[in-house]
Design a protein around this ligand. Sequence first.
Ligand code: PMP
Ligand code: GLN
Length: 392
Amino acid sequence: MLGRDPLTEKLKGFGTSIFAEMSALAVETGAINLGQGFPDTDGPSEVLEAAVDAIRAGVNQYPPGAGTPLLREAVAAHQRRFYGLDHDPETEVLITTGATEALAGALLGMLDAGDEVIVFEPMFDSYAACVALAGARVVPVLLRPEADGRYRFDPDELRAAVSERTKLVVLNTPHNPTGKVFDAEEMAIVASVALEHDLIVVTDEVYEHLVFLGATHVPMATLPGMGERTLTISSGGKTFSTTGWKIGWACGPAPLVAATRAAKQFLTYVSGAPFQPAIAVGLGLDDAFFAGLALDLSAKRDRLVVGLRAAGFTVYDPEATYFTTVDIRPVEPGGDGIAFCRSLAQRGGVVAVPNQVFYERPEHGRHLVRFACCKGDDVLDEAVRRLAGLSR
Ligand code: PMP
Ligand code: GLN
């Protein structure tokens, strides 16, 4: 028998990703899965057909290391079309295995042991794990829900988080799990801190097209002086309802892309050959497609939000993304989100995700739980009906 613990010290404490745990719980109990964020319908048929065509046409071997040229060009064209940003598809765009690998490549490719990384919490779970794998340290800055239901950070807390060792800021906007879109003023504050201290900003913008009326997505790379220090990450998963394809990208100045690629080449080297030209087709779809995405989703968000309120939760209205965060305390006086989610599957027939796992300082998220709205209307209605029974 192996006499030692095989797990690296760097990953001790991370456990199994909450998404795997909660999706397994949904399968096991037959509960409605509003936990892991994936849609239950297919995306545009042009995109799906393009992948099938590519497989049939023999696009089944390793693509080039930086990604299929067609997709790199499509990413560059997308950044120009939506944000007026110019990228050289040769040196400033890298195709990755989802945004997850772009993030891992960026963090492993740029960080040294002892470096510090500022991240707003709550944060997507892979950030802290990749920072830890790099031997670096997360310095969290809290996003607090305020009385108007919007999450905000304290600019002084952000400034105080910077030290001699700070190399990088990870910014996620639109934000998972809160559904927050950082507004122009907030973006300018983050940019000013990065400029003052010569920091790199890695922005995760996977929800860039899932922004509801009233909010505007401002890419960090569009702010004055930020283009030369920002690596922008996104993926086709949410935009084209192809989360299982894992086609993502990173774009930005050549040195940041090269550092990301230096690590990425040893993670997967390449992946998803036939899916790459298909995502290129998606990125070229007309404006109506992109506008329709957010419109469809906002109707689902409304359905879920109304139902969560009716069930008795305190709801923080999202401005974007698949997700709505609630405070469970009015329904569950103990307010332990992890215990609540573990029992909700059996008790209520619905699976959600406890936000606590997205915090470096879990006490801030203990009573918060996230529900996803990217499901059929009938599925949402049934989930809401089940939740309404909880407090009765
Ligand atoms: N970042 C955020 C904020 C996410 O919510 C997700 C989940 N989709 C990812 C990155 C990972 O994206 P992908 O599935 O493209 O790896
Ligand atoms: N981004 C999705 C979510 O937050 C799932 C990501 C994952 O499973 N790693 O639910």
